[in-house]
Design a protein around this ligand. Structure first.
Ligand SMILES: Nc1ncnc2c1ncn2[C@@H]1O[C@H](COP(=O)(O)OP(=O)(O)OP(=O)(O)O)[C@@H](O)[C@H]1O
Ligand SMILES: [Mg+2]
Length: 452
Protein backbone atom coordinates (compact mmCIF):
# COMPACT_ATOMS: atom_id res chain seq x y z
CA UNK A 1 0.00 0.00 0.00
CA UNK A 2 1.18 3.50 -0.70
CA UNK A 3 0.84 5.98 2.10
CA UNK A 4 -0.43 9.36 0.98
CA UNK A 5 0.92 12.48 2.66
CA UNK A 6 -1.01 13.76 5.64
CA UNK A 7 -4.04 15.84 4.71
CA UNK A 8 -4.39 19.26 6.21
CA UNK A 9 -7.64 20.52 7.66
CA UNK A 10 -8.37 24.08 8.65
CA UNK A 11 -11.00 24.72 11.33
CA UNK A 12 -12.58 28.15 11.53
CA UNK A 13 -14.74 28.42 14.62
CA UNK A 14 -14.94 31.03 17.37
CA UNK A 15 -15.69 28.39 20.02
CA UNK A 16 -12.39 27.06 21.47
CA UNK A 17 -14.07 23.99 22.90
CA UNK A 18 -15.36 22.85 19.55
CA UNK A 19 -11.97 23.51 17.96
CA UNK A 20 -10.32 21.37 20.62
CA UNK A 21 -12.77 18.54 20.19
CA UNK A 22 -12.42 18.49 16.42
CA UNK A 23 -8.65 18.80 16.57
CA UNK A 24 -8.33 15.79 18.88
CA UNK A 25 -10.57 13.67 16.73
CA UNK A 26 -8.96 14.61 13.47
CA UNK A 27 -5.41 14.24 14.72
CA UNK A 28 -6.27 10.83 16.14
CA UNK A 29 -7.25 9.93 12.57
CA UNK A 30 -3.97 11.13 11.16
CA UNK A 31 -5.03 14.49 9.77
CA UNK A 32 -2.94 17.61 10.31
CA UNK A 33 -4.97 20.41 11.84
CA UNK A 34 -4.64 24.17 11.74
CA UNK A 35 -7.15 26.46 13.36
CA UNK A 36 -8.42 30.00 13.30
CA UNK A 37 -10.71 31.64 15.81
CA UNK A 38 -12.19 34.10 13.37
CA UNK A 39 -13.00 34.34 9.68
CA UNK A 40 -10.48 37.00 8.78
CA UNK A 41 -7.51 35.01 10.05
CA UNK A 42 -9.06 31.86 8.62
CA UNK A 43 -9.48 33.34 5.14
CA UNK A 44 -5.90 34.56 5.25
CA UNK A 45 -4.77 31.02 6.05
CA UNK A 46 -6.72 29.50 3.15
CA UNK A 47 -4.52 31.62 0.91
CA UNK A 48 -1.14 31.44 2.64
CA UNK A 49 -1.34 27.84 3.76
CA UNK A 50 -4.08 26.23 1.63
CA UNK A 51 -5.72 23.30 3.42
CA UNK A 52 -7.19 20.20 1.81
CA UNK A 53 -10.44 20.82 3.61
CA UNK A 54 -12.06 23.65 5.52
CA UNK A 55 -14.41 23.05 8.44
CA UNK A 56 -16.31 26.27 8.81
CA UNK A 57 -18.65 27.46 11.52
CA UNK A 58 -21.60 29.36 10.10
CA UNK A 59 -22.41 31.48 13.11
CA UNK A 60 -19.59 33.77 14.15
CA UNK A 61 -19.40 37.39 15.26
CA UNK A 62 -18.08 39.88 12.71
CA UNK A 63 -17.72 37.96 9.46
CA UNK A 64 -19.91 34.87 9.47
CA UNK A 65 -19.44 31.63 7.58
CA UNK A 66 -21.66 32.71 4.68
CA UNK A 67 -19.40 35.63 3.97
CA UNK A 68 -16.38 33.39 4.10
CA UNK A 69 -18.03 31.15 1.54
CA UNK A 70 -18.74 34.13 -0.65
CA UNK A 71 -15.12 35.22 -0.50
CA UNK A 72 -13.91 31.75 -1.33
CA UNK A 73 -16.19 31.64 -4.28
CA UNK A 74 -15.39 35.12 -5.56
CA UNK A 75 -11.70 34.46 -5.40
CA UNK A 76 -12.17 31.02 -6.90
CA UNK A 77 -10.16 29.40 -4.10
CA UNK A 78 -9.93 25.71 -4.64
CA UNK A 79 -10.81 24.37 -1.22
CA UNK A 80 -13.72 22.11 -0.33
CA UNK A 81 -15.75 23.46 2.56
CA UNK A 82 -17.83 21.57 5.10
CA UNK A 83 -19.92 23.88 7.22
CA UNK A 84 -20.99 23.35 10.79
CA UNK A 85 -24.27 24.70 11.88
CA UNK A 86 -26.46 24.56 14.94
CA UNK A 87 -29.07 21.87 14.90
CA UNK A 88 -32.31 23.26 13.51
CA UNK A 89 -30.88 25.85 11.12
CA UNK A 90 -31.21 23.61 8.12
CA UNK A 91 -32.24 26.48 5.86
CA UNK A 92 -28.97 28.27 6.38
CA UNK A 93 -27.20 25.03 5.67
CA UNK A 94 -29.06 24.76 2.37
CA UNK A 95 -28.07 28.31 1.50
CA UNK A 96 -24.48 27.42 2.22
CA UNK A 97 -24.68 24.41 -0.07
CA UNK A 98 -25.98 26.68 -2.79
CA UNK A 99 -22.95 28.85 -2.28
CA UNK A 100 -20.75 25.88 -3.02
CA UNK A 101 -20.20 24.21 0.35
CA UNK A 102 -19.63 20.50 -0.10
CA UNK A 103 -21.57 19.21 2.90
CA UNK A 104 -22.68 20.21 6.38
CA UNK A 105 -22.38 18.90 9.90
CA UNK A 106 -25.13 19.66 12.39
CA UNK A 107 -23.84 20.75 15.78
CA UNK A 108 -23.19 19.16 18.20
CA UNK A 109 -21.08 17.06 15.83
CA UNK A 110 -21.04 13.30 16.28
CA UNK A 111 -17.49 11.97 15.98
CA UNK A 112 -18.29 9.16 13.51
CA UNK A 113 -20.29 11.50 11.37
CA UNK A 114 -17.47 14.05 11.32
CA UNK A 115 -14.96 11.47 10.19
CA UNK A 116 -17.20 10.19 7.45
CA UNK A 117 -17.99 13.60 6.01
CA UNK A 118 -14.35 14.68 6.19
CA UNK A 119 -13.14 11.52 4.50
CA UNK A 120 -15.68 11.83 1.69
CA UNK A 121 -14.91 15.47 1.05
CA UNK A 122 -11.19 14.83 0.87
CA UNK A 123 -11.59 11.81 -1.37
CA UNK A 124 -13.76 13.74 -3.72
CA UNK A 125 -11.21 16.51 -3.97
CA UNK A 126 -8.50 13.98 -4.72
CA UNK A 127 -10.59 12.42 -7.43
CA UNK A 128 -11.28 15.80 -8.97
CA UNK A 129 -7.59 16.57 -8.97
CA UNK A 130 -6.73 13.28 -10.62
CA UNK A 131 -9.35 13.77 -13.31
CA UNK A 132 -8.23 17.29 -13.88
CA UNK A 133 -4.64 16.17 -14.16
CA UNK A 134 -5.50 13.51 -16.70
CA UNK A 135 -7.59 15.93 -18.70
CA UNK A 136 -4.90 18.59 -18.65
CA UNK A 137 -2.29 16.13 -19.72
CA UNK A 138 -4.38 14.92 -22.64
CA UNK A 139 -5.12 18.53 -23.46
CA UNK A 140 -1.44 19.44 -23.42
CA UNK A 141 -0.34 16.53 -25.51
CA UNK A 142 -3.14 16.35 -28.00
CA UNK A 143 -4.62 19.76 -28.43
CA UNK A 144 -2.15 21.16 -30.82
CA UNK A 145 -2.17 21.63 -34.52
CA UNK A 146 -0.27 18.91 -36.28
CA UNK A 147 0.44 18.07 -39.93
CA UNK A 148 3.43 17.34 -42.09
CA UNK A 149 2.05 17.86 -45.55
CA UNK A 150 3.33 20.91 -47.42
CA UNK A 151 -0.08 22.53 -47.29
CA UNK A 152 -0.21 22.19 -43.54
CA UNK A 153 3.36 23.31 -42.96
CA UNK A 154 2.69 26.43 -44.97
CA UNK A 155 -0.38 27.22 -42.87
CA UNK A 156 1.47 26.57 -39.64
CA UNK A 157 4.35 28.84 -40.64
CA UNK A 158 1.92 31.61 -41.45
CA UNK A 159 0.12 31.17 -38.13
CA UNK A 160 3.40 31.24 -36.25
CA UNK A 161 4.45 34.44 -37.91
CA UNK A 162 1.20 36.36 -37.28
CA UNK A 163 0.68 35.04 -33.76
CA UNK A 164 2.83 37.55 -31.83
CA UNK A 165 1.22 40.68 -33.32
CA UNK A 166 -2.23 42.06 -32.66
CA UNK A 167 -3.19 41.55 -36.30
CA UNK A 168 -6.70 40.35 -36.97
CA UNK A 169 -6.73 36.90 -38.52
CA UNK A 170 -9.45 35.32 -40.59
CA UNK A 171 -9.42 31.54 -40.63
CA UNK A 172 -11.17 29.81 -43.49
CA UNK A 173 -11.75 26.17 -44.27
CA UNK A 174 -14.44 23.55 -44.63
CA UNK A 175 -16.20 22.17 -41.59
CA UNK A 176 -13.93 20.04 -39.42
CA UNK A 177 -10.63 21.28 -40.82
CA UNK A 178 -9.47 22.61 -37.45
CA UNK A 179 -10.38 26.30 -37.50
CA UNK A 180 -11.11 26.48 -33.82
CA UNK A 181 -7.99 24.57 -32.92
CA UNK A 182 -5.96 26.94 -35.09
CA UNK A 183 -7.48 29.97 -33.38
CA UNK A 184 -6.55 28.56 -30.00
CA UNK A 185 -3.04 27.83 -31.05
CA UNK A 186 -2.51 31.31 -32.47
CA UNK A 187 -3.59 32.63 -29.08
CA UNK A 188 -1.27 30.16 -27.36
CA UNK A 189 1.65 31.32 -29.49
CA UNK A 190 1.03 35.00 -28.73
CA UNK A 191 2.13 36.91 -25.67
CA UNK A 192 -1.54 37.06 -24.69
CA UNK A 193 -1.45 33.36 -23.90
CA UNK A 194 -1.96 33.85 -20.15
CA UNK A 195 -4.92 36.12 -20.72
CA UNK A 196 -8.42 35.00 -21.64
CA UNK A 197 -9.34 33.31 -24.91
CA UNK A 198 -13.00 34.14 -25.30
CA UNK A 199 -15.07 32.38 -27.88
CA UNK A 200 -18.28 33.63 -29.41
CA UNK A 201 -20.35 31.54 -31.73
CA UNK A 202 -22.15 33.92 -34.05
CA UNK A 203 -24.62 31.25 -35.19
CA UNK A 204 -26.20 30.12 -32.03
CA UNK A 205 -27.42 33.30 -30.44
CA UNK A 206 -30.38 35.44 -31.25
CA UNK A 207 -29.69 38.99 -32.29
CA UNK A 208 -30.49 40.59 -28.97
CA UNK A 209 -28.61 37.92 -27.09
CA UNK A 210 -25.49 38.30 -29.19
CA UNK A 211 -25.43 41.97 -28.52
CA UNK A 212 -25.74 41.72 -24.77
CA UNK A 213 -23.49 38.70 -24.81
CA UNK A 214 -20.77 40.64 -26.60
CA UNK A 215 -21.10 44.04 -25.03
CA UNK A 216 -22.84 43.32 -21.75
CA UNK A 217 -25.86 45.18 -20.47
CA UNK A 218 -26.90 47.62 -17.82
CA UNK A 219 -29.44 46.73 -15.21
CA UNK A 220 -32.94 47.11 -16.64
CA UNK A 221 -31.78 47.34 -20.27
CA UNK A 222 -34.43 44.81 -21.21
CA UNK A 223 -36.84 42.44 -19.47
CA UNK A 224 -34.77 39.91 -17.62
CA UNK A 225 -31.75 42.19 -17.24
CA UNK A 226 -31.95 42.20 -13.48
CA UNK A 227 -28.41 43.27 -12.93
CA UNK A 228 -25.53 44.73 -14.84
CA UNK A 229 -23.55 42.12 -16.72
CA UNK A 230 -20.15 42.31 -18.34
CA UNK A 231 -20.02 41.23 -21.95
CA UNK A 232 -17.52 38.87 -23.46
CA UNK A 233 -15.72 41.72 -25.08
CA UNK A 234 -14.92 43.18 -21.67
CA UNK A 235 -13.95 39.75 -20.39
CA UNK A 236 -11.53 39.33 -23.29
CA UNK A 237 -9.59 42.45 -22.29
CA UNK A 238 -5.85 41.94 -22.94
CA UNK A 239 -6.65 38.55 -24.43
CA UNK A 240 -8.07 37.18 -27.66
CA UNK A 241 -11.63 37.01 -28.88
CA UNK A 242 -12.52 34.24 -31.26
CA UNK A 243 -15.53 34.99 -33.44
CA UNK A 244 -16.58 31.61 -34.71
CA UNK A 245 -18.88 31.30 -37.76
CA UNK A 246 -18.51 35.00 -38.40
CA UNK A 247 -20.37 34.60 -41.70
CA UNK A 248 -23.54 34.10 -39.67
CA UNK A 249 -23.31 37.38 -37.77
CA UNK A 250 -26.55 39.30 -38.41
CA UNK A 251 -26.05 42.32 -40.64
CA UNK A 252 -27.40 44.63 -37.96
CA UNK A 253 -24.49 43.77 -35.68
CA UNK A 254 -21.77 43.91 -38.28
CA UNK A 255 -21.42 47.69 -38.09
CA UNK A 256 -21.12 47.58 -34.31
CA UNK A 257 -18.50 44.89 -34.48
CA UNK A 258 -16.53 46.86 -37.04
CA UNK A 259 -16.47 49.84 -34.72
CA UNK A 260 -15.27 47.71 -31.85
CA UNK A 261 -12.49 46.18 -33.91
CA UNK A 262 -11.34 49.54 -35.21
CA UNK A 263 -11.47 51.57 -32.04
CA UNK A 264 -11.65 49.05 -29.21
CA UNK A 265 -14.69 51.00 -27.98
CA UNK A 266 -18.13 49.79 -27.11
CA UNK A 267 -21.21 50.46 -25.03
CA UNK A 268 -23.17 48.08 -22.90
CA UNK A 269 -26.75 47.50 -24.02
CA UNK A 270 -28.86 50.15 -22.32
CA UNK A 271 -25.76 52.11 -21.33
CA UNK A 272 -24.40 55.45 -22.41
CA UNK A 273 -20.78 55.27 -21.23
CA UNK A 274 -18.18 54.39 -23.80
CA UNK A 275 -15.90 51.66 -22.56
CA UNK A 276 -12.68 50.39 -24.05
CA UNK A 277 -10.90 47.07 -24.13
CA UNK A 278 -7.69 45.82 -25.68
CA UNK A 279 -8.65 42.73 -27.62
CA UNK A 280 -7.09 40.74 -30.42
CA UNK A 281 -9.60 39.30 -32.89
CA UNK A 282 -9.53 36.01 -34.68
CA UNK A 283 -12.54 35.10 -36.81
CA UNK A 284 -13.43 31.88 -38.55
CA UNK A 285 -15.94 30.81 -41.14
CA UNK A 286 -16.62 27.97 -43.50
CA UNK A 287 -18.51 30.30 -45.81
CA UNK A 288 -17.10 32.06 -48.81
CA UNK A 289 -17.15 35.57 -47.34
CA UNK A 290 -16.42 37.22 -50.66
CA UNK A 291 -19.55 35.64 -52.03
CA UNK A 292 -21.46 36.78 -48.95
CA UNK A 293 -20.20 40.32 -49.63
CA UNK A 294 -21.27 40.15 -53.28
CA UNK A 295 -24.71 39.00 -52.23
CA UNK A 296 -25.02 41.77 -49.63
CA UNK A 297 -25.15 39.51 -46.64
CA UNK A 298 -21.80 40.64 -45.29
CA UNK A 299 -20.47 44.18 -45.06
CA UNK A 300 -17.56 44.80 -47.33
CA UNK A 301 -15.76 47.11 -44.85
CA UNK A 302 -15.96 44.49 -42.13
CA UNK A 303 -14.71 41.85 -44.52
CA UNK A 304 -11.60 43.91 -45.31
CA UNK A 305 -11.06 44.69 -41.66
CA UNK A 306 -11.14 41.02 -40.71
CA UNK A 307 -9.24 39.80 -43.68
CA UNK A 308 -5.88 41.35 -42.84
CA UNK A 309 -4.29 37.94 -42.78
CA UNK A 310 -6.13 34.86 -43.96
CA UNK A 311 -5.20 31.42 -42.83
CA UNK A 312 -6.92 28.98 -45.16
CA UNK A 313 -7.03 25.45 -43.79
CA UNK A 314 -6.80 22.79 -46.47
CA UNK A 315 -9.44 20.07 -46.76
CA UNK A 316 -8.19 16.71 -45.60
CA UNK A 317 -8.67 15.16 -49.06
CA UNK A 318 -6.05 17.56 -50.42
CA UNK A 319 -3.45 16.35 -47.91
CA UNK A 320 -3.90 12.62 -47.78
CA UNK A 321 -0.24 12.28 -46.74
CA UNK A 322 -1.22 13.55 -43.33
CA UNK A 323 -3.73 10.76 -42.75
CA UNK A 324 -1.42 8.23 -41.05
CA UNK A 325 -0.06 10.94 -38.80
CA UNK A 326 -3.52 12.16 -37.80
CA UNK A 327 -4.87 8.66 -37.37
CA UNK A 328 -2.03 7.77 -35.07
CA UNK A 329 -2.38 11.02 -33.13
CA UNK A 330 -6.10 10.40 -32.52
CA UNK A 331 -5.47 6.76 -31.68
CA UNK A 332 -3.11 7.77 -28.90
CA UNK A 333 -5.38 10.56 -27.72
CA UNK A 334 -8.49 8.41 -27.42
CA UNK A 335 -6.90 5.28 -26.09
CA UNK A 336 -5.34 7.38 -23.38
CA UNK A 337 -8.61 9.14 -22.58
CA UNK A 338 -10.41 5.80 -22.40
CA UNK A 339 -7.50 4.21 -20.59
CA UNK A 340 -7.26 1.49 -23.20
CA UNK A 341 -4.13 -0.03 -24.54
CA UNK A 342 -4.64 0.19 -28.28
CA UNK A 343 -1.21 0.58 -29.73
CA UNK A 344 -1.39 0.68 -33.47
CA UNK A 345 -3.39 0.81 -36.65
CA UNK A 346 -3.10 -2.25 -38.86
CA UNK A 347 -1.57 -1.38 -42.26
CA UNK A 348 -4.81 -2.46 -43.95
CA UNK A 349 -6.68 0.04 -41.79
CA UNK A 350 -4.45 2.87 -42.93
CA UNK A 351 -5.03 1.83 -46.53
CA UNK A 352 -8.77 2.04 -46.00
CA UNK A 353 -8.47 5.45 -44.42
CA UNK A 354 -6.49 6.70 -47.39
CA UNK A 355 -9.12 5.59 -49.87
CA UNK A 356 -11.87 7.73 -48.50
CA UNK A 357 -12.40 11.38 -49.31
CA UNK A 358 -13.32 12.60 -45.78
CA UNK A 359 -16.02 15.19 -46.51
CA UNK A 360 -16.22 15.92 -42.75
CA UNK A 361 -12.44 16.40 -42.69
CA UNK A 362 -10.37 15.93 -39.57
CA UNK A 363 -13.38 15.81 -37.29
CA UNK A 364 -14.80 12.89 -39.28
CA UNK A 365 -11.45 11.11 -39.15
CA UNK A 366 -11.19 11.68 -35.44
CA UNK A 367 -14.72 10.36 -34.88
CA UNK A 368 -13.94 7.24 -36.91
CA UNK A 369 -10.82 6.54 -34.86
CA UNK A 370 -12.53 7.28 -31.58
CA UNK A 371 -15.29 4.83 -32.46
CA UNK A 372 -12.73 2.19 -33.42
CA UNK A 373 -10.96 2.62 -30.09
CA UNK A 374 -14.26 2.19 -28.25
CA UNK A 375 -14.99 -1.00 -30.15
CA UNK A 376 -11.53 -2.51 -29.96
CA UNK A 377 -10.51 -5.24 -27.58
CA UNK A 378 -7.02 -5.96 -28.75
CA UNK A 379 -3.98 -3.78 -29.21
CA UNK A 380 -4.53 -3.15 -32.92
CA UNK A 381 -7.19 -1.37 -34.94
CA UNK A 382 -8.28 -3.66 -37.74
CA UNK A 383 -10.33 -2.44 -40.72
CA UNK A 384 -13.53 -4.07 -39.48
CA UNK A 385 -13.58 -1.58 -36.61
CA UNK A 386 -13.91 1.35 -38.98
CA UNK A 387 -17.32 2.70 -39.86
CA UNK A 388 -18.43 1.98 -43.40
CA UNK A 389 -16.28 4.41 -45.32
CA UNK A 390 -17.39 4.81 -48.85
CA UNK A 391 -17.97 7.74 -51.07
CA UNK A 392 -21.21 6.29 -52.35
CA UNK A 393 -24.15 8.54 -51.69
CA UNK A 394 -25.95 8.03 -48.41
CA UNK A 395 -28.93 6.68 -50.28
CA UNK A 396 -26.81 3.81 -51.61
CA UNK A 397 -25.68 2.97 -48.12
CA UNK A 398 -29.15 2.14 -46.90
CA UNK A 399 -29.07 -1.57 -47.64
CA UNK A 400 -31.32 -4.29 -46.31
CA UNK A 401 -29.61 -5.87 -43.34
CA UNK A 402 -28.69 -2.61 -41.62
CA UNK A 403 -30.00 -2.07 -38.11
CA UNK A 404 -32.81 0.47 -38.21
CA UNK A 405 -30.96 3.12 -36.21
CA UNK A 406 -27.97 2.98 -38.55
CA UNK A 407 -30.23 3.23 -41.60
CA UNK A 408 -31.91 6.24 -40.00
CA UNK A 409 -28.56 7.97 -39.64
CA UNK A 410 -27.83 7.56 -43.35
CA UNK A 411 -31.31 8.68 -44.20
CA UNK A 412 -31.01 11.79 -42.05
CA UNK A 413 -27.70 12.69 -43.61
CA UNK A 414 -29.02 12.26 -47.15
CA UNK A 415 -32.21 14.15 -46.37
CA UNK A 416 -30.42 17.07 -44.75
CA UNK A 417 -27.89 17.23 -47.57
CA UNK A 418 -30.64 17.41 -50.17
CA UNK A 419 -32.65 19.95 -48.22
CA UNK A 420 -29.59 22.15 -47.90
CA UNK A 421 -28.83 21.82 -51.60
CA UNK A 422 -32.37 22.87 -52.43
CA UNK A 423 -31.93 26.20 -50.63
CA UNK A 424 -28.39 26.95 -51.79
CA UNK A 425 -26.96 25.84 -48.43
CA UNK A 426 -28.80 28.54 -46.55
CA UNK A 427 -29.05 27.00 -43.09
CA UNK A 428 -31.85 29.25 -41.84
CA UNK A 429 -34.05 28.34 -44.77
CA UNK A 430 -33.21 24.66 -44.46
CA UNK A 431 -34.04 24.71 -40.75
CA UNK A 432 -37.44 26.23 -41.58
CA UNK A 433 -38.17 23.56 -44.16
CA UNK A 434 -37.15 20.84 -41.73
CA UNK A 435 -39.10 22.52 -38.97
CA UNK A 436 -36.20 22.37 -36.53
CA UNK A 437 -34.15 25.00 -34.73
CA UNK A 438 -31.25 26.33 -36.67
CA UNK A 439 -28.85 25.54 -33.84
CA UNK A 440 -30.07 21.95 -33.88
CA UNK A 441 -29.56 21.78 -37.63
CA UNK A 442 -26.06 23.07 -37.15
CA UNK A 443 -25.37 20.35 -34.62
CA UNK A 444 -26.79 17.65 -36.90
CA UNK A 445 -24.64 18.89 -39.76
CA UNK A 446 -21.57 18.48 -37.60
CA UNK A 447 -22.56 15.20 -36.04
CA UNK A 448 -23.54 13.56 -39.28
CA UNK A 449 -20.65 15.08 -41.21
CA UNK A 450 -22.90 16.71 -43.82
CA UNK A 451 -20.81 18.65 -46.31
CA UNK A 452 -21.99 22.06 -47.31
N1 LIG B 1 -4.23 20.05 -37.55
C1 LIG B 1 -4.84 19.38 -36.57
N2 LIG B 1 -4.12 18.69 -35.69
C2 LIG B 1 -4.72 18.00 -34.71
N3 LIG B 1 -6.05 17.93 -34.52
C3 LIG B 1 -6.82 18.60 -35.37
C4 LIG B 1 -6.26 19.38 -36.43
N4 LIG B 1 -7.26 19.96 -37.10
C5 LIG B 1 -8.40 19.58 -36.48
N5 LIG B 1 -8.15 18.76 -35.44
C6 LIG B 1 -9.18 18.15 -34.58
O1 LIG B 1 -10.34 17.95 -35.37
C7 LIG B 1 -11.54 18.32 -34.66
C8 LIG B 1 -12.28 19.41 -35.39
O2 LIG B 1 -11.54 20.64 -35.33
P1 LIG B 1 -12.21 22.07 -35.14
O3 LIG B 1 -13.36 21.98 -34.19
O4 LIG B 1 -11.14 23.01 -34.82
O5 LIG B 1 -12.77 22.29 -36.62
P2 LIG B 1 -13.56 23.53 -37.25
O6 LIG B 1 -12.88 23.86 -38.53
O7 LIG B 1 -13.71 24.60 -36.24
O8 LIG B 1 -14.95 22.87 -37.60
P3 LIG B 1 -16.39 23.59 -37.83
O9 LIG B 1 -16.34 24.43 -39.05
O10 LIG B 1 -17.30 22.42 -38.03
O11 LIG B 1 -16.67 24.37 -36.60
C9 LIG B 1 -11.08 18.74 -33.27
O12 LIG B 1 -11.22 17.66 -32.39
C10 LIG B 1 -9.61 19.09 -33.45
O13 LIG B 1 -8.91 18.87 -32.27
MG1 LIG C 1 -15.47 25.36 -35.39
Amino acid sequence: MTSSPQKKILIIDDDPQIRMLLKDRLEANDYAVIQAENSVTGLELTKTDPPDLLLLDLQMPEMDGMEVLQHIRQQALDVPVVIMTAFGSIERAMDALKLGAYDFLPKPCKPDHIMMVVKNAIERKEMQEQNQYLRQEIERQYHMVIGESDAMRHVMDLARSVAPSKTTVLIGGESGTGKQLMARSIHAMSDRRDKPFVQVNCTTLSEQLIESDLFGHEKGAFTGAIKRKKGRFELANKGTMFLDEIGDLPLSLQAKLLHVIEYGEFQRVGGTDTLTADVRFIAATNKDLQKEVRENRFREDLYYRLNVVTVQLPALRTRMNDIPLFADHFLKKHSKAMQKNVIRLAPATIEQLKKYSWPGNIRELENAIERAVVLSYGSEITPNLLPQLSDASEKDRINIGLPLDEAMVHFKKEFITRTLQSVDNNQSKAAKLLNIQRTYLNRLIKELGVTI
